[in-house]
Design a protein around this ligand. Sequence first.
Ligand code: SF4
Ligand code: SF4
Length: 418
Amino acid sequence: MIVAQERGRGGFAGLDACVHCGFCLQACPTFLATGDEADSPRGRIELMRALERGELAATDTALAFHLDRCLGCRACEPVCPSGVRYGQGLEAARERLARAGGVPWLARATLWALTTPGVSGLAYALARMFRATGLPRLLAGWGRIRFAMGMLAATAPKGGNGRHRTATDRARPLPSSAVLLFRGCVMQGLFRHVHDATIRTLQVNGYDVREVAGQVCCGALHAHAGLLDDARALGRVNVAAFGDGDEPIVVNSAGCGAFMKDYGHVLDDDDQGVRFAARVRDVTELLAANGGPVPGGPLDLQVAYDPPCHLLHAQRVSQPPQRLFAAIPLLRLITVAGAADCCGSAGLFTLVEPGMSRAVLQPKLESLGAVAPQVVATGNPGCVMQLGAGLAARGTRAQVRHPVELLDASYQAAGRYE
Ligand code: SF4
Ligand code: SF4
């Protein structure tokens, strides 16, 4: 029954197209880190196919070792000439492994604290209080605990959070169309200033941003941990909460957006899931639509853009963030070697696989250190935290911010807010 569902949903069937050409190997950060074929997409596909055929047990330790070390960054997908849907295969395999061997306690405890209604509100409130003491910033460094301190410090609003600013009527010259805001769990708990910036910048660009009651975590973190049933349950709650209208659903977290654009597949090709998925837009896609975004005021900043894997590879959104930066006079975008490579965050990966996560992060930190930007811009909470912690540990003075925060500051400079 499980096998039939996995193939019916496109799970393992997504791997069938692999012709073993190896074009994906050089795009894979874990293969580049270890040089081991079993840490490459091609090697993992072979392992997953062996799992599907029953030649490897779901409790096989070598299988779990190499699949656990996969970031799920999906950098292997756009370079694959055969159109292998690696991410879907990985989800199906992880579900089998989780059913057979359970999910590590650290992943379960983190998911429980960050995504359980009632519990997560308290966890985030305590985290914000601790963040406000300034201690996480002072304690940031290498090692599990100090790196986690750096991650929390990286979530702090920078440059004045402007919570009470609103777009002036003068700043809304375009006819407005309604969009529904997805707030998520980590974004709502630790990045409300990014939601505020999202709302204001969308208003300036003619969107009427509406709130949706009853929405929950998107389920991406659960799916990455192999808890697909939990992810599906959350997906169904969101599908019901956002209703059957045709307003776009705006998301400012690349990981959430990638997963929600896949709700059709996740919810077994359910019609409502498919329609929901078709409405999901990254905030930069909406801002860049119709010739946008509206230009802002000058920001004299050197910015390095670090495209999140789940925006660039999973959603294939590359140009909209560039259009956003182009709308900010004086901002200078710096080219950084390996900018499109994964930072090693990958949801809970940074917590449960710290060794591989830091190995993948190191080359990026060296590239960023070489160009010394004032700001690193990236549109995913995990990437903001991972890059912020890494830069702090390395002693590189650069802020990490969401691109909409920069556009928001630019609109503030242009006097578009009151
Ligand atoms: S590029 Fe695609 S077809 Fe080639 S080995 Fe990688 S996954 Fe298989
Ligand atoms: S998802 Fe990323 S880490 Fe995993 S095999 Fe593909 S490229 Fe490698």
